[in-house]
Design a protein around this ligand. Structure first.
Ligand SMILES: [Cu+2]
Length: 415
């Protein structure tokens, strides 16, 4: 059967990565004598494989598990829309089959991945291993790109990164940049998150993000198994990761520091339905999660030396995404969704340091990294992202604004 299927305008395997967001696809059959009625569906190829949802109408999507189409005899394309099915993300590359059936008979299938950021405490050992390997390739003995990310997050750039409405967009761009670099190493990897308001015993083990000693202790450095890819982790010429916890990492959620507790997810969502209110989260849980440790992750100048930084910030970004979904805050022109300030780098249309390469006042006198990493699937946001580009990340309002990431427990559809 001469069936052709395109996802995002591409028949290439590189395009076969979906989040829960609905994406445009099309199908046709060559050499048909008469129109053929087919049914699209999906199947888990492994027990924890991904599944798909199909949408009949892009503007008012009703998800269904199957979609009936008629392929015309004139070989013209038939458009349809699909995305990962809520609560059925993939666990490995290609573990979801997009099926085309005719009266129950399988005509063809193509492997796809529902690739979303997941709770790092619940990953399979295989997912953990791939995540660690991708990061290690960016650092010790690899391509050296991790040091560039570390150099982007320094005190000199604090006004670009923190203490203002740009805090969430800047870090969303930063995470996306790193995630794309990780996916250039291993296309199946996502930037998984640490839910610091819950116990996360598997994260702080010697086979994952490092066995972390609790205060008071003499052991300031985390411990990895002998074969761990982070053995030899190096930043600024320092080998290892300095991190000591204020809480029992095996049984407790992050503690914050004395008098500065970590806000729970519900408390964070309840800061308010306006962006200016939600920004309170830069203090707690964000700052409080950082200072739940002594060591590098507790201060801006050194935090990124510890790769746990990205797992912490992925959860900060997830909380923003969840808040955005809950209150439908995707229009960057609306003050409820983003509060612009008349300060360079904080207005919706401003480009962001360091991706814009600007090194004149008030930006730092350096701009590491060049432009934001490109995606093999999406053109957006380009090498020089703007503050406002980060708001409509799933393309709810503007299809071309999709950034290509999502979270396992942040829905795409509204109730
Ligand atoms: Cu931070």
């Amino acid at each position: 059967v001469a069936l052709e299927i395109e996802i995002e305008g591409s028949a290439e395997p590189a395009a076969r990565y979906l989040t829960y967001a609905a994406v445009r696809c099309r199908i046709r059959e060559l050499g048909l004598q008469e129109a053929r009625a087919v049914r699209l569906g999906s199947r888990q190829k492994t027990p924890n494989g991904g599944l798909l949802s199909f949408y009949s109408d892009e503007d008012n999507p009703q998800a269904s598990e199957e979609l009936d189409l008629v392929l015309p005899a004139d070989e013209s394309w038939v458009e349809f829309t699909m995305g990962g099915r809520w609560e059925f993300p993939s666990s490995r590359d290609g573990d979801c089959a997009l099926e085309v059936r005719e009266q129950g008979n399988l005509l063809t299938e193509i492997p796809v991945m529902v690739r979303v950021r997941k709770n790092a405490n619940e990953l399979s050992s295989e997912e953990r291993a791939r995540f660690l390997r991708a990061l290690a390739v960016l650092n010790n003995g690899g391509n050296g790109k991790y040091q560039v990310f570390r150099d982007m997050h320094v005190d000199a750039a604090d006004a670009e990164e923190h203490r203002g409405p740009q805090f969430l967009p800047w870090h969303r761009s930063y995470l996306l940049d790193l995630e794309r670099e990780m996916q250039a190493v291993d296309t199946s990897v996502s930037l998984h998150y640490w839910r610091f308001d819950q116990p996360a015993s598997t994260i702080f083990r010697s086979d994952f993000m490092g066995l972390t000693n609790r205060l008071p202790t003499a052991g300031r450095y985390v411990v990895f198994d002998a074969a761990h890819p982070f053995n030899g982790w190096i930043t600024d010429g320092d080998v290892g990761i300095e991190r000591v916890s204020r809480f029992d990492t095996a049984t407790e959620a992050a503690s914050g520091s004395p008098g500065f507790p970590v806000a729970t997810q519900n408390q964070t969502l309840q800061y308010g339905d306006a962006y200016g209110q939600f920004l309170e989260m830069e203090g707690t849980p964000h700052g409080a999660a950082h200072v739940s440790f002594l060591g590098w992750i507790g201060s801006i100048q050194t935090a990124v030396k510890d790769p746990l930084f990205f797992m912490l910030h992925s959860n900060i970004d997830r909380l923003w995404a969840l808040w955005q979904w809950y209150f439908r805050r995707f229009d960057s022109a609306q003050p409820d969704a983003y509060v612009p300030q008349n300060i360079d780098g904080r207005r919706v249309g401003d480009t962001m340091w360091p991706w814009n390469g600007v090194t004149s006042h008030p930006r730092p006198r350096f701009a590491p990294g060049g432009g934001l990493a490109s995606s093999p699937i999406l053109d957006f946001p380009g090498a020089t992202p703007r503050v406002g580009d980060m708001v409509d990340y799933a393309g709810h309002l503007s299809y071309s604004n999709r950034l290509g990431f999502g979270y396992d427990n942040v829905p795409y559809q509204f109730e």
